[in-house]
Every structure is written in C-alpha cells, then in structure tokens.
Design a protein around this ligand. Structure first.
Ligand code: DAH
Length: 354
C-alpha cells in the first residue's frame, strides 16, 4: 500500500500540465484505474483482510484525489504567473504622442473676419456655390455682352443638347449673395457673406477655387463715409495696427460710384508691412450699391441706398500670416498645415474681450 501511494503521489508531483494530470487521475482512480480495481478485489477478501485493506484503500483514494486537486491548482497558479510575467505593462510610461490636427488659415481668418464684423452688427449670410447666371451676373447689372463676364474666367456647367437655357456657373464672386439676401430679408440689411468662389486661373497668387467675403449694408442714409469708417475699423482690428485706407475711383457694374481701396503699407526690405510706410496695397473693391442691383433684389432705390465691398480671404490671410504662395493653401501638405495652421484651442486675438 505504501509503494502504491508513493508511486502515485510521485507521478502526480511530476505532472507538468493539466492533461498529464488528467491521464494520471484516470489510470489511478478512474473506472479502470489501478486503485479502483484494487477496491473491487475487496469482495474476494476475508472479512478480516477487508477490515484492514478497505479503509486503507479509501484513504489512499482520498489522498490521491486531493493531491491531484492541489497539483491542479499549483499548475494553474504557475500558468497565471507565467502569463502575468509576459503580459506585464508599465502603466507609468508616458503615452505615445498623438498627431493633432490644425485649423486651416482660411478657417481661422474667416473666423476672425466674422468676429470683427459681428462686433459691428453684421450677420453672416451664405449662398450656393453653383449659381444661376441671373444671380451671378444679370442681377448684379452685368448683362450678357458685358466684358466683366469674359474677364471673370467663368466655369460653366453643362446643359443637355437642345436645352437653350443659360448654363449655371460656379459662382465667380460672393456678390450674388447680396441679391439672395435682399430677396430674403429686404431692407434694412447688414451682412457679410464669406465663401468659396471659382475662376479658371492658376499661378502663385491665383487658384481655381479661392475665398471671398462680401459686405453689404442697406439703410435709408448709408454713405461712402460710413463705408470708409467700417473698412478702416475692420483692417485695424484685423491687422492689430491702425490702418489708413485710400479710395481710388474705379468701375464695377454693381456699384455707382465704385472705388478700389488700398491700405497703407511699406515694402521696405522686401516684405510687406501693413499700417506703416507710405506705399499702398490694393485690397478690395467697393462702392454704393447700384440702383438696378437694389431693384433686382426687390428693394426700392428711392427709399433705400447701400454700400458694398468684396475682398479675398486668402489674400488677407497671406498678408497677415506671411504666407507666400496661395497654391499651398489647397495642397493638403501636412507639414504646411502644421506650420501655418492654428491650434483648435487658440482664440483669435481679434475676438472681443481678448
Ligand atoms: N465682386 C467683385 C470681384 O469679385 C468684388 C467687389 C467689388 C465686390 C465691388 C463688391 C463691390 O461688393 O462693391 O471682383
């Protein structure tokens, strides 16, 4: 009995995995296991023999069973220890750096422009980028034969053969939003319209898609003097220095009189500095809204008058942030975006109260 016991306990102790342990259990105390077979032999013994062998075999069976259970726990613990060792993780290590996106200069400047004009009571209006030729041209007093149509390098959409209606265009400026806003809200009106515009043109300062912001004020007694004040107020807030403007008489079909506006700058040392020096930089078109344009927008020119202006958003972004090539704005080069982009939590310096 002692040999039997040390044999089985030895084998249990030597088992290195659960499978081996299970095989041992079957061959020791399973139905046909050695100990089970021995217990069956009890019936053939004399009562005296049985009285000795019975309890001894039972005790042996219990001991083998509990040795197996203990070994099983031991193996499981060892396996867990092994896993913990290989899956160990230092939670105190710093995390991997995560790439953060940036706000595109066009978005940033649009925000800045909107904030400054909002301070002056302007609301934001938007219109479609695919526009009818009525809104893009006719309603703005640019008739079919007018040279301005040709000058704008317009992208036309396609009409089916036999369809003689004038094709839609990709809007060439934000001015059509003037008409749409007049139609929708009537007078008085004080809006800016930022957005994308399209012209077939491509070089360092031109891309086929770019951004403009239109301004429109309609009231009973608006004037060029107010226009000048609004623009000087805007440029001074935008560039963070006092900026003088110079008005030069110019022609745009949708205004009368019309003016091109220059801002004071210096070109010394090969860089443009706004708000100093005695040079001028052409920056925008403007004027008093043409009576025909008011009429096209459903507003009575005998009762109301307005001023309007339009300028390039990308252009003033390049000036303010020293970005040399417009084409880079739209190349989606991550290095450029990281360099010229803005942090999502940076508040534009032009926002009120900052
Ligand atoms: N729409 C003109 C352009 O894209 C810019 C412009 C000039 C807008 C004069 C105006 C304005 O509102 O009064 O070239």
């Amino acid at each position: 009995m002692d040999d039997l016991k040390s044999d089985w306990l030895g084998r249990i102790g030597a088992a290195t995995d659960e499978r081996a342990l299970e095989d041992i259990r079957v061959s020791a105390v399973g139905k046909k296991g050695e100990i089970s077979l021995k217990m069956r032999e009890l019936g053939k013994m004399t009562p005296e023999e049985r009285q000795v062998a019975g309890p001894a075999l039972n005790a042996l069976k219990d001991e083998v069973n509990s040795a197996i259970a203990a070994r099983k726990r031991g193996l499981a613990d060892a396996a867990l220890d092994e896993r913990l060792k290989s899956e160990w993780l230092d939670v105190t290590l710093p995390s991997r750096p995560r790439r953060q996106g940036t706000i595109h200069p066009v978005s940033q400047v649009t925000e800045e422009v909107t904030a400054i004009f909002a301070d002056m009571g302007f609301a934001v209006a938007e219109g479609p980028q695919i526009e009818t030729d009525f809104y893009n041209f006719d309603a703005l007093n640019i008739p079919g034969h007018h040279p301005a149509r040709a000058e704008m390098d317009t992208f036309y959409t396609h009409r089916a053969q036999g369809d003689n209606r004038p094709p839609h265009v990709l809007r060439t400026h934000t001015s059509p939003v003037q008409i749409r806003s007049m139609e929708e809200h009537g007078a008085p009106l004080r809006i800016i319209c930022p957005g994308r515009v399209y012209r077939a043109d491509y070089d360092q300062t031109h891309t086929p898609m770019f951004h403009q912001v239109e301004g429109l004020v309609i009231d009973r007694d608006t004037s060029m003097a107010q226009l000048k004040w609004v623009l000087e107020e805007f440029y001074s807030a935008f560039f963070g220095v006092t900026v003088k403007t110079r008005f030069r008489a110019s022609h745009f079909p949708f205004v009368e009189p019309g003016a091109e506006v220059d801002i004071q700058c210096s070109f010394e040392g090969g860089t443009v500095k706004i708000g100093e020096g005695d040079d001028w930089l052409e920056i925008l078109g403007s004027g008093m809204v043409h009576p025909k344009v008011l009429q096209a927008g459903g507003i009575d020119p005998d009762e109301w008058q307005g001023f309007a202006f339009g300028m390039g958003i990308d252009r003033i972004a390049m000036l303010k942030y020293g970005i040399p090539d417009l084409r880079d704005f739209f190349n989606s080069d991550l290095r450029w975006l990281k360099h010229y982009g803005f942090g999502a939590l940076e508040i534009p310096s032009t926002h009120a109260g900052v």
